[in-house]
Ligand binder design. Structure first.
Ligand SMILES: Cc1cc2nc3c(=O)[nH]c(=O)nc-3n(C[C@H](O)[C@H](O)[C@H](O)COP(=O)(O)O)c2cc1C
Length: 241
């Protein structure tokens, strides 16, 4: 008999294997409730200091969807999908999330004083980071440091560093979402092939927003072309120290 952990692992493996990048969808409708639950599941992704620096733009209106699909270089996945979800990150979104978290921490009676103090300190640090981390003054300094130590490239300072940091955080929600899509019996395709300025204009995104990825969602077409899932040898990816 399988243990509960064993059953969970078996279930996870089958879910994980069923998530493939699908480029041919039937275009048939998906109930709003399914999409809502998928997007809410995506939001349970982890983020640095729980900063949640992203929004998930569910492009539902067919006219808007058609414009965004074209801005995705008219890729098959985008054109045939039922919906597109544009993952958007920005400093403004991060600030709003942190304000919301502060409000929650101040009002909730579910945290003891020690935990509350811990979160308040985190929020203070995050606010300072948002105020000074994205200043252009870091750029030349980091450029020099990066030449000497490329490992610092992803350090979240400078305008570019700040945007990379926000994108990195947002991507966890994207992956959660794709697993949720698979769990609901639909398919997805993450896409980086798109014209970001065009999508920002169509969706009216505020200046400073970044789009880490656009995700196509739909029902897999019967004749969808899906190749075997190649992965490099395990020992090239998993390094034990
Ligand atoms: C960041 C990122 C960008 C991607 N961009 C595209 C894209 O623009 N168009 C596309 O058809 N697939 C895109 N993919 C899907 C990959 O081609 C796919 O994940 C990879 O071939 C492995 O296949 P699998 O997802 O079915 O396992 C992208 C995947 C990621 C993670």
């Amino acid at each position: 008999m399988q243990t509960t952990a064993g059953a969970t692992w078996t279930y996870f493996q089958s879910l994980n294997a069923s998530r493939r990048s699908v480029r041919d969808f039937t275009g048939e409708s998906i109930p709003d409730n399914d999409m809502q639950e998928i997007l809410e599941a995506a939001m349970l992704a982890p983020s640095s200091a729980n900063s949640q620096p992203y929004e998930l733009h569910w492009v539902k209106d067919p006219a808007v969807k058609s414009l965004v699909a074209k801005a995705c270089n008219s890729q098959r996945a985008a054109m045939t999908a039922t919906y597109l979800v544009v993952v958007v990150a920005s400093k403004k979104i991060t600030r709003n999330a942190i304000d919301g978290q502060l409000d929650y921490i101040q009002k909730t009676d579910q945290l003891d004083e020690r935990t509350r103090a811990y979160h308040l300190k985190n929020i203070k640090t995050m606010r300072s980071f948002l105020n000074i981390g994205g200043l252009p003054v870091w750029s030349p300094l980091l450029w020099i440091i990066r030449q000497l130590m490329p490992v610092f490239t992803l350090f979240p300072l400078s305008p570019a560093g700040m945007r990379q940091w926000m994108a990195r955080n947002a991507i966890y929600a994207a992956q959660n979402m794709m697993l949720a899509v698979a769990a609901k019996g639909y398919d997805s395709c993450p896409m980086e092939g798109f014209k970001a300025p065009a999508i920002a204009k169509i969706l009216g995104l505020s200046y400073g927003s970044v789009i880490p990825v656009v995700i196509a969602v739909g029902k897999r077409a019967n004749d969808a072309k899906i190749d075997p899932q190649w992965r490099k040898p395990v020992n090239e990816a998993i390094i034990v120290h």
